[in-house]
Design a protein around this ligand. Structure first.
Ligand code: SPD
Length: 386
């Protein structure tokens, strides 16, 4: 009984303390500043003042920028760039879907932009914050994969074809996907090494194109034919590599033929050029059946907390001089018209880098394949596991 009375007394005291007259005065807690609010306003001479975050996390394809640009940005604007790389669109998507929330600027390709928009993974851009967009060629504005450039602006573009070791092929130009898929061709040089891109849409797309279908085909029978073609050729291939094949396979001569993106192929062309004989050791061919043309873009993940700084950095990379520096380093083509004046003449005039219209017309952009994506995934798993 004594115990019950004590409990009652304590309860009454507590209730009284919580009553309206005794409410504790809350101490005001200031809202946590976003990284941009926490920063200082920064500007370069002649530029509008912008509130920039102290750091920016950038996630790009491997070997896809002249890194002196990163230093230049850091020095001019006082923003530290944390730079990380990936080797395929699928790797980028998997990271974002697994909940990686730290990235502020990413570089998805055309079809992946559409896929990411649908999944709600991209932030909307304010193009007023990206004035260098005005220099982008009309052909690269308002693309079907992102109408109105609401979520992306172009970074660099190129084609996919075959890089080949000229001394091995002599006068023969491997100008057909048959060189990558037909055992009769492969038998002649497979012992010297053949590499294919470790990229599902690119490899399945090339096989589809060789079979006379679209690189975006979703027909099950056609896709199984492409799978069978790949599985027959696979024993002749040495490597699946799309991250550093130019430096580790082409330049040191570890392979003599490679499924390749134009710029990576030209890194090998220029790095191995025989100055004395004025002869190329590596060259690049776009197969006569056609294939893939692509554009990689700059976008901001929906989860970014530094959107204004990300737009500022994207604008910096779209500056005509930055674009030219990137092209002069990567050998990929720039979508910036105004960059042309700063791009090396030999790059600008190289038809294998800036192909003429009749070649471009034979190539297709990769597009999202909708529900067939699951079938592409299954086929890719089968290809990689056999
Ligand atoms: N080393 C940089 C390669 C970037 C290539 N992106 C190509 C995407 C084509 N689907």
């Amino acid at each position: 009984m004594k115990y019950a009375l004590t409990v009652l007394l304590i309860a009454l005291v507590v209730l009284a303390a919580c009553g309206p007259g005794a409410a504790p005065t809350p101490t005001p807690v200031p809202p946590t500043p976003t990284p941009e609010q926490a920063s200082q306003a920064t500007q370069a001479p002649g530029e509008e003042e912008v509130q920039l975050a102290p750091e920016l996390n950038v996630f790009n394809w491997t070997d896809y920028i002249d890194e002196s640009l990163l230093e230049q940005y850091e020095k001019t604007y006082g923003v530290k760039i944390n730079y990380d790389t990936y080797a395929s669109n699928e790797e980028l998507l998997a990271k974002l879907q697994a909940g990686a929330t730290g990235y502020d600027v990413i570089f998805p390709s055309d079809y992946m932009v559409a896929q990411m928009i649908e999944l709600g993974l991209l932030a909307e851009l304010n193009l007023d914050h990206i004035p260098n967009f005005q220099y982008v060629m009309e052909d690269f504005k308002d693309p079907p994969f992102d109408p109105g450039n609401k979520h992306s602006v172009p970074y660099q573009w190129g084609t996919t074809g075959l890089a080949y070791h000229v001394p091995t092929f002599g006068d023969e130009v491997p100008d057909s996907w048959a060189y990558l898929f037909e055992p009769d061709h492969l038998k002649k040089y497979a012992d010297k090494g053949v590499n294919v891109l470790d990229d599902p849409r690119e490899l399945i797309g090339a096989a589809l194109k060789y079979l006379g279908y679209s690189v975006n085909d979703t027909n099950k029978d056609h896709l199984f034919q492409a799978r069978d073609l790949i599985l027959k050729a696979k024993p002749y291939w040495k490597t699946f590599n799309s991250s550093d094949y130019d430096d580790t396979l082409l330049i040191p001569g570890e392979v003599v033929l490679s499924h390749a993106w134009s710029g990576d192929a030209f890194v090998a062309v220029w790095e191995t050029y025989d100055e004395d004989k004025d002869e190329a050791i590596w060259w690049y061919a776009i197969p006569k059946e056609g294939g893939v043309k692509w554009v990689d873009t700059m976008a901001i993940p929906a989860s970014s907390k530094r959107k204004r700084t990300a737009e500022h950095f994207i604008n910096f990379l779209l500056d005509p001089k930055s674009q030219a520096a990137i092209t002069n380093y990567t050998y990929y083509a720039s979508p910036s018209e105004a960059a042309k004046q700063y791009i090396d003449e030999e790059i600008l005039n190289e038809p294998a880098i800036y192909p003429p219209k009749e070649v471009m017309d034979k190539l297709e952009w990769l597009e999202p394949v909708g529900d067939a994506a699951t079938l592409y995934d299954q086929i890719w798993t089968e290809i990689k596991s056999q």
